[in-house]
Design a protein around this ligand. Structure first.
Ligand code: B1M
Length: 633
């Protein structure tokens, strides 16, 4: 083989995700005297860039990226020890991780892969990384760059603290800091003092390559003298920052809402009960106004009050949160989303329960073959959830509201048990074990559904199927895994109990045409305008294309509920008004009148302000009837 052929084949091995071939070709490259560095950059890394470009264009999906990166690393393990370093510069070092509290790591892993492909030495701290670990790793490795990912509004503030810690330690100027992840904006990056933010892994890598060129030599930046100088420089800046008082904004605003409740809510004119309104909207029948049901789940606990852990693990507390949530937020149903770790906990994965935030699955299991379907009995989290929904349904009915219980779908259960990146990669390399694993989680989900329908008897049961998101899996990959199960097992079970299929997606760009395969009667969705080119769809598209069969619930951005300043509250009201008007006009244009719920489609952050939620729900109650009459008649 010529050198060119070896390089092309190395790239192809990565594109195909063929780990063995990448290793074989890496050895061949060494045997044939190809320079190891060239084989990495012009062979393996080139293949990775091609897959990454395809991903950016929506032509490849996460499983393919993951197996490509595995092949790339396999080849690199063989080639890297042979890279000649005399005369050449030592690779720049990047410390990377997802911020404390955040277990999302798929995007972070892509950034890691692209940076490795570009020749950086990447120290991966993993996900849910304690803030001080970034500082420790930067010091230990005399890093050049710190790369932090956050996928949630609740965790993004940790990035600012890391930057402050770098300043306190006198090493802020020794490193460049880049931040990224879905909720991160350029403005946010600037406000917290990061050097850059980028929207995708490739451009983050391009930035990093440029950034290190501008850095003074390592010894200079990391010298004791420079550190002492830098400490002094930032001392004043840090001292000038007002210390942020720890205020429980959720609780304070919950008290305000409760106090004002009697003088506000009874004044709303309503010709229907919550149950009548929600049921009528389901069937697109006449309503007094559109129903509203933001996913103000964890935040409802502030009325009780109780911790998030209590909300998600204690049946009585959960039911109390449902009752107070429906009452004080004046919602038309409560969608009972807790954490997404219920099944994973029962299968034996390790769950972290922070007091004030959503629990997350941390310790995953190793062996698909050893998964055992747990017995659904007292003591399991699923049993507790069912009992919680039984109590909650009684309480919701006392307020004339329907209860919408929520459970995890088989694929989310499996990814929480085994780890998402691993399962997504195994779909490509070892689909049979994934299917075996799914068989086990499906059996458990079916048992939970049956007991939920028979014992708890909520009015509706909503299922989380977030892997339909077409940023992550192709329609075929989804159909080969959870899609098939949804169609052939889960939807028929709903039918057997005479219940409508209701889906909560957590995602912005599902494969919309698949929803007809299991006849979803209601769909809780999110919409991100900046992802429109990747398939994120708004109510206009959804009602027009699928509204005849499916009631959509969503669209309002939950992040807005974090801001209860006068401007923030005004924005919530303006956005809600615009949404209601737009939805009603679209319904009318399509010959419909009420099949839509003003909601969030994504959990309102547990630290949100309760008066921000009521800014939306009270506005719907106040202005909804008038709008309904004016637009629909
Ligand atoms: Co969660 N989740 N999730 N989730 N999840 C989001 C983020 C959410 C937006 C979904 C929603 O409700 N609409 C929402 C956050 C809302 C908010 O901000 N408040 C959310 C929530 C609420 C939650 C839970 C709280 C749900 C619950 O339990 N009630 C819970 C939190 C757990 C925790 O972390 N403590 C939770 C859990 C999970 C799973 C574990 C089930 C799973 C993650 C599995 C895993 O990663 N190991 C999951 C998933 C998959 C998602 C969505 C659907 C997809 C995320 C993803 O992997 N995208 C997500 C919805 C969404 O983002 N649309 C959602 C694909 C990935 C390639 O993109 O990570 O954005 P991304 O990376 C991109 C860019 O952002 C960029 O490059 C990548 C592409 O090239 N980028 C960088 C990333 N890092 C960068 C760094 C850079 C530069 C660019 O420089 C440093």
């Amino acid at each position: 083989m010529t050198k060119e052929e070896i390089l092309t084949e190395l790239a192809n091995a990565v594109i195909e995700g063929d780990e063995d071939l990448a290793e074989e070709l890496a050895r061949k490259a060494l045997d044939e005297g190809v320079d190891a560095y060239e084989a990495i950059i012009n062979g393996l890394a080139k293949g990775m860039s091609i897959v990454s470009e395809k991903y950016d264009k929506g032509e490849a999906f996460v499983p393919q990226l993951l197996i490509a990166s595995t092949a790339m690393y396999a080849g690199m393990d063989i080639l890297t020890p042979h890279v000649k370093i005399e005369g050449a510069e030592k690779p720049a070092t990047v410390v990377i991780g997802s911020i404390e509290g955040d277990v999302h790591d798929i995007g972070k892993n892509l950034v890691k892969t692209m940076m490795s492909a570009a020749g950086f030495k990447v120290i991966d701290l993993g996900s849910d990384v304690l803030l001080e670990e970034f500082i420790k790793a930067a010091k230990k490795n005399k890093a050049d760059i710190i790369s932090m990912s956050s996928l949630m509004t609740t965790t993004m503030t940790g990035m600012e603290r890391v930057i402050e810690m770098l300043q306190e330690e006198g090493i802020r100027d020794a490193v460049k800091v880049i931040v990224g992840g879905a909720p991160i904006s350029e403005r946010f990056a600037e406000e917290i003092g990061a050097d850059a933010m980028r929207y995708d892994a490739s451009s983050a890598t391009d930035w990093a390559l440029e950034a290190v060129k501008a850095l003074p030599p390592t010894e200079e930046r990391w010298s004791d003298q420079q550190i002492a100088l830098s400490r002094r420089k930032y001392r004043e800046i840090l001292a000038a920052k007002a210390p942020k008082a720890a205020v429980d904004i959720g609780r304070i605003t919950a008290e305000k809402v409760m106090k004002e409740f009697d003088s506000v809510v009874p004044k709303f004119v309503s010709a229907m009960t919550k149950a009548e309104r929600f049921t009528a909207a389901f069937d697109d029948k006449k309503v007094d106004r559109l129903p509203t049901a933001p996913l103000a789940c964890g935040v409802s606990r502030k009325f009780v009050p109780c911790t998030y852990k209590d909300y998600s693990t204690n049946a009585e507390k959960y039911a109390e949160c449902v009752y107070t949530g429906i009452k004080y937020f004046n919602m038309d149903t409560f969608i009972g989303l807790t954490d997404l770790c219920v099944d994973a906990a029962d299968f034996g994965a390790d769950i972290r329960y922070p007091e004030e935030d959503t629990p997350a699955a941390k310790g995953h299991l190793e062996d698909y073959e050893k998964l055992e379907v747990p017995e659904l009995k007292e003591g399991t989290r699923a049993y507790n959830l069912i009992m919680g929904n039984k109590l909650a349904t009684e309480k919701a009915h006392s307020l004339n509201a329907p209860m919408t219980a929520l459970i995890e779908g088989p694929m989310i259960a499996l990814t929480q048990i085994m780890g998402a990146s691993r399962v997504l990669a195994d779909i490509k390399t070892n689909p049979d074990v994934v299917k075996k694993g799914l068989e086990k989680t499906t059996e458990y989900v079916e048992n939970v559904m049956k007991m939920m329908f028979e014992e708890a008897q909520p009015d509706n049961l909503c299922m989380v199927t977030l892997w339909t998101n077409n940023f992550i899996m192709s329609a075929d990959e989804y159909m080969m895994t959870e899609g098939e199960i949804m169609q052939n097992r889960i939807a028929p079970l709903y039918k057997q109990y005479n219940k409508p299929v209701i889906i909560h997606n957590c995602a912005d760009a599902p494969h919309w045409d698949l929803i007809h395969k299991w006849e979803a009667k209601a769909y809780s969705y999110t919409y991100y305008p900046h992802e429109a080119n990747k398939g994120s769809k708004d109510y206009r598209y959804l009602i027009t294309n699928h509204g005849k069969e499916t009631m959509f619930m969503g669209q309002a951005n939950p992040i807005i509920f974090l801001d209860n300043s006068p401007e923030g509250l005004k924005k919530i009201k303006d956005d809600t008004m615009e949404l209601m008007e737009g939805v009603l006009n679209t319904l009318k244009d399509n010959g419909m009148q009420s099949r839509y719920v003003i909601s969030t489609g994504c959990e309102v952050p547990p630290g949100a302000a309760c008066d921000a939620v009521t800014a939306e729900t009270y506005l719907v109650a106040e202005k909804g009837p008038e709008l309904q009459k004016r637009i629909i008649g």
